[in-house]
Design a protein around this ligand. Structure first.
Ligand code: NAP
Length: 251
């Protein structure tokens, strides 16, 4: 990968305002991409991501839209195309989590998590894929999670939603090839707003379990996403890349 790997190509990053999505925006900007930063409510954070991308020399703009609302996503895409041009690369990083014991879990919580994580992956991908196929090139990375591959007793909706993302991503890759490559990244525990408030004893045990003996940072995920979007990954599609310091492999 070169410093100017993306040479002015436009990337839309959902959930680009904070955490992993922000780091992805920054790494794309640093490698020559133009960046459309999506957010749902935290405009201040989205503008901070935009400022950071501009400091890195990239064109960047923030676009508010709920990724689970098809009308909002269609309007956002029209606005992105009008102000920045067609989308060459899409990263679906917007997501929500819930953590509760099964006896506290209700259908409303389940549907809220499924809506953002599953509908919120399906809708943006479906909104950009025809253009990518017509133009003969497109790259998509969907944020899944190790929770979609392993049992999570206190994360039944989240785990279900991320398993769905993995299946959806793989089927997208089959459907949109050869023009469009689609891959998934499955992070382990990463230090962001999403994981703030996790019991420190649990964090310590996750650090100990990882072969690399540390907790993941957003940049660990961003670098893998950027690789999958790059020409260097030109023969990679339909795969889920686990980025968790090796913890998933422990017995
Ligand atoms: P985060 O820090 O909580 O940030 C969540 C991002 O998603 C924010 O930018 C937020 O926008 C956006 N968002 C939430 N609902 C949205 C909606 N309906 N429409 C548009 N944007 C929405 O989360 P994170 O830790 O960076 O996680 C990013 C992705 O990685 C998620 O898909 C998550 O499931 C996945 N992941 C995270 C971890 C981890 O340990 N952190 C592990 C595995 C997988 P606002 O700023 O406007 O609220």
């Amino acid at each position: 990968m070169t410093e100017n790997e993306f040479n002015g190509r436009l990337a839309l990053v959902t959930g680009g305002s904070r955490g992993i999505g922000r780091s992805i925006c920054e790494r794309l900007a640093a490698r020559g991409a133009r960046v459309a930063v999506n957010y749902v409510s935290d405009e201040v954070a989205a503008n901070a991501t935009v400022d950071r991308c501009r400091e890195l020399g990239a064109e960047a703009q923030a676009f508010g839209a709920d990724v689970a609302d098809p009308v909002a996503v269609a309007n956002m895409l029209a606005y992105v195309r009008e102000s920045m041009g067609p989308v060459d690369m899409l990263v679906t990083s917007a997501g929500v989590v819930s953590a509760e014991d099964h006896d506290k879990l209700d259908i409303e919580t389940f549907q809220r998590v499924m809506r953002v994580n599953v509908d919120g992956t399906f809708i943006p991908v479906m909104a950009v894929k025809d253009d990518m196929i017509r133009r003969g090139d497109g790259r998509i990375v969907c944020l899944a999670s190790v929770a979609g591959m392993r049992a999570r007793a206190r994360m039944i909706p989240y785990s279900t939603s991320k398993a769905a993302v993995i299946g959806m991503m793989r089927s997208f890759a089959a459907a949109f090839g050869p023009q469009v490559r689609v891959n998934g990244v499955a992070p382990g525990f990463i230090e962001t707003d999403m994981t703030q408030g996790t019991d420190p004893r649990l964090v310590a045990s996750m650090r100990e379990d990882a072969f690399l003996k540390r907790i993941g940072q957003p940049i660990d995920i961003a670098e893998t996403v950027v690789f999958l979007l790059s020409d260097a990954a030109g023969f990679v599609s339909g795969q889920t890349w686990v980025v968790d310091g090796g913890r998933i492999t422990t017995p």
